[in-house]
Design a protein. Structure first.
Ligand code: SF4
Lengths: 638, 346
């Protein structure tokens, strides 16, 4: 662990296990950068971290307006944490709009730091404040610290040959410096990062560093803060760590599959929020032989991916919900022609365009069933940002072994959220096997549907292989000859064979693990990005003596072999989902258990307290649980 | 289209055996209606392919949906009968992944210009090194006789009993507008011209687009007879040849000249002076596009190679980027995993 450089400690220090901070400002205020830098510093310090960035839906909403507010929340702790925190303990609001949209989430008694200079009449008006909240007593529930950030920043940058507008943009460094001081963190990580980042622009670098130091020293000298806070380092497994977001992890996982299989990776995709970062990442990997195609549309991206798979390489496409809808026909072609490929779906709030920058997990049924005919695809879902790495490799492993398309269901919360990640050792990663078809002897014709008896996979005969020329396509084919076939028995058998491949994967995926007692009053079952909130909520419930366990599905088709047994070991089953009950429908239908759906469709992740509240309801310890949806906050609010 | 290299995933380079037309005939029974123009195109393709001297197993035919899209089943090559309108997307993916393959796309006026129109534009814009053969019969055959995007205005079909009220699309002009580097037209009944055109398309580097006028005997019989019938063909069609003046007629006595942007027929043009000389290599596709608009009865219908220019192909550029990156950057996955800020926990 890095030791901190001397930090003055003349003020009273309050020790905390965990702190959640939210930085909020105009989208031009650089709040993502501020949040990311604070995150890095805390990670280097040794805290466990979880983050949740939040971008406004509008790319260029008017400055100072409510829709233009951008936020970044992070939680850092001396214990293992799984979510970016329910309620911030501190809010840094760079303007009235940021205050207005976020204050409702702050815990009572929490700390609010505002840039007082920005509370001008016109900014107040843009934020629809009738009177100045700093004056009218509306903030009495919280500790408000008013700082002239803009003015102080200006003074610190005095004399630098930069236009006033550019100087204004260093305010986020000032705020960062102040918060670093407040939590006893050094500026070292940020100074190092900024020096590299702005090396071609010495004036900007100078401005940012001056602002950073000014903010830090202001904390030291001012009397505004009575004490500082300290969150000691967490007990974390030894090793080399880095930060990783879900989309980065997905891209790296796919590259890992290429490296561990020896097959070149080709990615074809159409830009779509929140999946585009996967395209951005993969397009940097040319030196690893990765090719990326920015297709003309979602349909084309899927069709190209089928062509890539047909060509015998690692075929990958990525999208978000509306894009998956467009891909369904060509994806079905991959089901029919039994070609191995992976479709990443970074889910977002739907239906239709929905809320592109907000998270949801409402494409489960689309992934499972959203195609014509009986069309089984395998579906896997990472539970955390770094788990995207593991599950991307898994997706390819299963696709290649069983010759089926696999959908990887990520979501906006996982894709944009990040966490510290213990960097894996390459040689420890699974080796991904694939087999091209073996040549046939001249005595008989090659049959593209001669299946492997164990997996039911058909042979992967790729153009360029001698003696294996054959014709495949979307029309049903004879399992015996590979020719077009309309006969009844054949379609029946082929449909069951396509299904059978996915069913047989069950022999190849890990059993469902339970956290908590193996039997008890309640099992909370989840999938995808709800992992953190569910696991933490159940852990807290157990701490207070409740017989509650949690289990998280990372394989959704097929479901783990022991799931039915696990479900029967508990009095009740609760399924929290960010949709109207899609997994619940499957579980109830498939296992005939009276699972209780718990559904939040707010474009926001579950909070730990919400899970705890619902647990209490199910255990008969409280009345019906009601969500407390906050105001128009960016990050929390319910 | 690609040059002849042997590249198999199993790696071996060997001498390409001499193939004949028979080698490209699959064991499948051909199911087109007797008399359909598709037969002629199939035959010429099978006849032409051995001339390419490409390893047999490196040839791939990809089609969409429609009568013409049954084509891959009848070819003894790798074949993929995909879904409606999307053949070009599969071809683009395949060719990007495996540039050493020779990829042919078989499509029709409905498949390629209606449901799959977007992909046609983008394949040509990118200049993917593939050969696209569009069978234009100006009707929907497989779905039994509705009008297509190339059906003439007013056409009476099952779905337009009162006549269509839609302007037809000119496939060649679309191709030219999208920047296709090889654009040609041929016709099912002129087998020699067809074979030659297919060969030129297949040997061109970049997207080759060939429109073939194809007679649908069942739903649009005789669609091209007015100008393509043996009796009148010489009078009503003009064969384009690079560097040659546009001449037609039984004794090539008539010609075409330009009056500003407007083509004109010159009856009994005594000498070539003033006649339009065809330049398929013109960097500017405007003249080719004007020719693409010439229709019977106002003009003889042009047939042949409208445009044949050199330009970097998408595949070459993709391969070059990858090769350059590999040469420049020492790709190390371990390092990549450790990129950005890392820290040690002891
Ligand atoms: S319907 Fe027309 S295009 Fe189709 S096979 Fe018959 S004749 Fe040919």
């Amino acid at each position: 662990m890095t030791t901190e450089s001397e930090v003055q400690r003349e003020r009273a220090v309050e020790k905390l296990d965990r702190v959640t901070i939210r930085f909020a400002g105009d989208s031009g205020d650089g709040m993502q950068l501020t949040g990311t830098q604070f995150t890095r510093t805390s990670a280097v310090f040794g805290n466990d971290i979880a983050t949740l960035p939040d971008f406004p839906a509008e790319i260029r909403a008017p400055t100072g307006s409510l829709p233009g507010v951008s936020g970044f929340q992070l939680s850092f702790a001396s214990t293992d944490i799984l979510t970016p925190g329910d309620q911030p303990d501190a809010l840094i609001a760079m303007n009235p709009a940021a205050l207005k949209t976020n204050i409702g989430d702050l815990r009572p008694g929490g700390l609010v730091i505002v840039d007082e200079d920005e509370f001008t009449e016109s900014n107040l008006k843009k934020a629809a404040y009738i009177s100045n909240p700093l004056e009218d007593g509306t903030l009495s529930k919280w500790q408000v610290v008013r700082i002239n950030i803009t003015r102080q920043n200006e003074l610190a940058l005095d004399g630098l040959p930069l236009p006033a507008k550019q100087k204004f943009q260093s305010r986020n460094f000032y705020a960062l410096g102040l918060v670093l001081w407040l939590y006893g963190r050094s500026m070292e990580t940020t100074v190092k990062w900024a020096t590299d980042r702005f090396r071609r622009n010495p004036d900007v670098l100078d401005a940012n560093l001056r602002a950073l130091r000014a903010g830090y020293h202001f904390g030291e000298t001012t009397e505004l803060f009575h004490h500082r806070f300290e969150v000691p380092a967490a007990e974390v497994q030894p090793g080399t760590y880095r930060h990783i977001s879900g989309n980065e992890a997905t891209a790296l996982g796919c590259l890992a599959a290429s490296i561990r299989s020896g097959l070149p990776l080709v990615y074809s995709s159409y830009p779509i929020t929140p999946a585009s970062d996967v395209l951005h990442e993969l397009s940097k990997f040319k030196a690893f032989g990765v090719k990326t195609i920015q297709a003309e549309d979602e349909i084309a991206a899927m069709g190209m991916t089928v062509g890539i798979a047909y060509g015998g390489q690692l075929a990958l496409t990525g999208t978000s919900g509306p894009g998956l809808a467009l891909k369904s026909e060509a994806l079905n072609l991959a089901v029919m022609t039994e070609l191995p490929l992976v479709v990443i779906n970074v889910q977002r709030a739907g239906p239709s365009t929905g809320m592109p920058t907000k998270t949801e997990q409402s494409d489960l049924l689309q992934a499972l069933f959203g195609r014509n005919g009986d069309s089984p695809v395998a579906v896997v879902a990472p539970a955390t940002p770094s788990d995207c790495f593991t599950m991307a490799i898994e997706a390819f492993r299963l696709a290649l072994k069983y010759m089926v398309p696999v959908i990887l269901l990520s979501d906006g919360y996982l894709g944009n959220g990040s966490e510290p990640w213990k960097v894996p050792v390459v040689d420890d990663l699974p080796v991904i096997e694939y087999h091209y078809a073996k040549p046939v002897d001249g005595s008989r014709e090659f049959n593209p549907y001669e299946r492997d008896p164990a997996t039911l996979a058909r042979p992967w005969a790729v153009p360029g292989q001698k003696g294996l020329m054959h014709r495949i396509g979307g029309i049903e084919k004879s399992g015996e000859t590979g020719d077009i076939a309309y006969d009844a028995g054949n379609h029946h058998r082929m449909t069951l064979a396509r299904l059978g491949k996915v069913e047989r994967m069950v022999q190849d995926i890990p059993a469902l693990e339970v956290q908590g007692p193996p039997e008890g009053d309640l099992l909370v079952l989840g999938w995808g990005s709800t992992y953190g909130a569910i696991t933490s909520g159940c852990a807290r419930a157990r701490k207070s003596g409740k017989r509650v366990a949690s289990a998280h599905l990372r394989y959704l088709n097929p479901l783990p072999a022991n799931l039915g047994e696990v479900l029967r070991n508990y009095g009740k089953v609760l399924i929290p989902e960010m949709n109207t009950g899609q997994l619940s429908l499957i579980i109830r239908g498939k296992y005939l258990v009276d699972a209780v759906p718990f559904n939040k469709i707010a474009g926001q992740p579950f909070k730990i307290a919400e899970i705890e509240g619902k647990i209490d309801e199910l255990l008969g310890l409280s009345g019906p649980y009601e969500f407390q949806f906050g105001p128009a906050s960016v990050l929390g609010g319910g | 289209m690609t040059t002849a290299t042997t590249g198999s995933p199993t790696g071996a380079d060997e001498v390409i055996p001499v193939l004949t037309r028979k080698d490209f005939v699959s064991d499948q029974e051909v199911r087109w209606c007797p008399g359909c123009g598709d037969y002629a195109i199939l035959a010429q393709m099978q006849k032409m392919l051995p001339e390419l001297r490409i390893p047999h197993e490196n040839i791939v035919f990809i089609s969409g949906i429609g009568c013409s899209s049954r084509f891959p089943y009848y070819m003894e090559t790798y074949g993929f009968h995909s879904i409606h309108g999307r053949a070009l997307t599969l071809a683009t993916g395949l060719k990007t992944a495996r540039p050493e393959l020779a990829v042919f796309v078989i499509t029709g006026d409905g498949d390629g210009l209606s449901i799959g129109g977007n992909h046609l534009l983008h394949a040509m814009r990118r200049n993917i090194d593939i050969t696209v053969v569009l069978f234009n019969n100006r009707i929907y055959g497989l779905t039994k006789g509705q009008y297509s995007p190339t059906s003439e205005m007013g056409k009476i079909t099952k779905s337009s009993p009162y006549g269509t009220v839609e302007q037809p699309l000119h496939p060649l002009r679309v191709a030219l507008a999208a920047g296709a580097t090889f654009v040609a037209r041929s016709i099912d009944r002129d087998t020699k011209h067809l074979e030659e055109t297919l060969y030129r398309a297949a040997t061109h580097r970049g997207t080759s687009f060939v429109e073939v006028y194809q007679n649908c005997v069942i739903f649009n019989d005789g669609a091209f007879d007015s100008f393509a019938d043996k009796e009148v063909r010489q009078e009503r069609m003009v064969y384009l040849e690079h560097g040659q003046p546009l001449r037609f007629g039984r004794g090539r006595e008539h010609g075409i000249r330009m009056n500003g942007y407007v083509p004109e027929v010159v009856r009994n043009a005594a000498d070539d002076g003033g006649l339009l000389v065809h330049n398929a290599r013109d960097a500017n596709p405007v003249l080719a596009s004007i020719l693409g608009e010439m229709e019977y009865p106002d003009f003889p219908v042009p047939i042949g190679v409208f445009r044949d220019v050199e330009a970097p192909t998408y595949n070459d550029l993709v391969e070059k980027q990858v090769a350059d990156a590999m040469a420049r950057e020492a790709a190390n996955f371990e390092d990549l995993l450790h990129s950005g800020e890392t820290w040690e926990i002891l």
